[in-house]
Design a protein around this ligand. Structure first.
Ligand code: ZN
Length: 437
């Protein structure tokens, strides 16, 4: 199969009049040039490095002002309550709806940080893989590329504190978790956080597999204070002193770092999964971008709680956070690319391949054919070319400019609509009606 395109952002830069041949496995077989009349421009489909699919169904339900303090921890209680009744079929319906929305916005792949394992009473399901299979079914049904990231969650706070009632659906021991990993054969695994796993558990899990490791880290100031009280070290500092931080690691958020921590993390080769829409929604704080990017730090994006399902929104809020703090403009660029939107899109996609453990993030021979095709006649993009077109898409565009999305050589979004949008939305409406009844 082959695709004719007006232009494409290849691994080594822009090319016009491009023909991409895709093999039967969905990988790019060759890229050549050939005149054509297409109005589509290909960029690498975005990679979502951090998702909790079930949270899509509660987006917008925790925005009411309360008498008590509204902070991350109050939001987390609301999230636990929302999970009280959710069953595997509902998890699948919610995940499928989310994945349709991600695809229509230009994502082609998602890392699902999955930690809902037990039934609503906190007992293991007869089949311990049932909720993970719900996620895989949703990915298969929608065609999104999936890296399943099963999560070990055992404790309620630093120092192996007992879990709270609201955490009963998440819990595994190291042994039960590792047998689950054996059954699932996932692309990566996760330690939920330094709050939810002990140091001994972290070391044990990291030692028995060589899969990429994801972890929530330093999202909240209180988490930093609790970590200091427990260990005398800040969370990122604890990792730096206690594990071999490297490109094997994906640090989710890493919001609260000192400049030294940011530089050391950047030099380690670890990837930071930035989730600016969620970090803004939860009042987490600003990422230490200047020191981290100055030292060449790698980053990708995630939509985490899914208050936004758009990759351009994550990228633009990351840049806007920096602008609002520094009162300057056009801050995030590098690698010979001075155009911020183009740099953000390209760099986030290409840094994500290791975290996802998949050949994705660039358009090149041998890579999976995960492409977002932008309509150059869309009012947002008309009259633009190359990096300027990508700047316009990132800063003033959105899903409307995404004409098609291809994942592993298969077209799953056509004329801006997912091919199964209506059926999947109908299932989602039913699931929400049951959950909110
Ligand atoms: Zn998260």
């Amino acid at each position: 199969m082959s695709l004719a395109l007006s232009a494409a952002r290849l691994a080594d830069g822009w090319a016009s009049d491009v023909r991409i041949d895709i093999d039967a496995k969905g990988q790019i077989d060759s890229i050549t040039t050939e005149p054509n009349s297409s109005r589509l421009v290909a960029v690498p489909a975005a990679v979502n490095l951090h998702s909790h699919a079930f949270q899509r169904a509660m987006a917008g339900l925790a925005e009411r002002q309360n008498a008590q303090l509204d902070d991350f921890w109050a939001w987390r209680e609301a999230m636990y309550r929302f999970l009280d009744r959710m069953n595997p079929d509902q998890i699948e319906a919610i995940a499928a709806q989310l994945y349709v929305e991600l695809l229509e916005s230009g994502y082609g792949h998602v890392c699902e940080f999955h930690y809902v394992w037990n039934d609503p009473d906190g007992r293991p399901y007869r089949d311990p893989t049932v909720t993970a299979r719900a996620i895989r079914n949703a990915a298969e049904r929608t065609g999104i590329g999936l890296s399943l990231v099963p999560v070990l969650y055992s404790h309620g706070n630093f120092g192996a504190q007992p879990p709270q009632h609201g955490q009963r659906r998440f819990l595994h021991t190291v042994d039960s978790f590792l047998s689950l990993v054996d059954l699932l054969q996932p692309e990566a695994i996760a330690l939920h956080s330094l709050r939810a796993v002990s140091a001994a558990q972290l070391h044990e899990v990291a030692a028995v597999t060589d899969l990429p490791l994801h972890i929530h880290i330093a999202e909240q100031q209180r988490e930093v204070e609790d970590c200091l009280a427990w260990s005398g070290l800040r969370p990122v500092q604890w990792l730096q002193r206690n594990v071999d931080l490297s490109s094997r690691w994906t640090l989710v958020h890493a919001t609260h770092m000192t400049e030294d921590e940011a530089v050391e993390t950047a030099r380690s080769g670890a990837v930071v999964a930035l989730c600016p829409s969620t970090e803004g929604n939860l009042g987490d704080g600003f990422f230490q971008a200047e020191a981290y990017l100055g030292a060449g730090g790698r980053f990708g994006i995630g939509s985490d709680s899914h208050v936004s399902t758009s990759p351009v929104e994550e990228l633009r809020w990351f840049e806007y956070g920096r602008r609002l703090r520094t009162r300057r403009r056009a801050l995030t660029a590098g690698d010979g690319c001075t155009q911020v939107g183009a740099f953000l899109w390209q760099r986030a996609a290409e840094c994500s391949a290791l975290s996802a453990n998949a050949p994705i993030g660039t358009i090149a021979k041998g890579q999976r054919a995960n492409l977002a095709l932008l309509d150059r006649d869309h009012p947002t993009l008309v009259g633009r070319d190359g990096d300027t077109l990508l700047d316009s898409f990132v800063f003033s565009g959105g899903g409307g400019a995404v004409a098609e999305v291809w994942v592993a050589g298969k077209r799953v979004v056509e004329q801006g609509r997912h091919v199964a949008r209506d059926e999947i939305a109908a299932d989602y409406r039913r699931a929400i009606a049951e959950l909110l009844a």
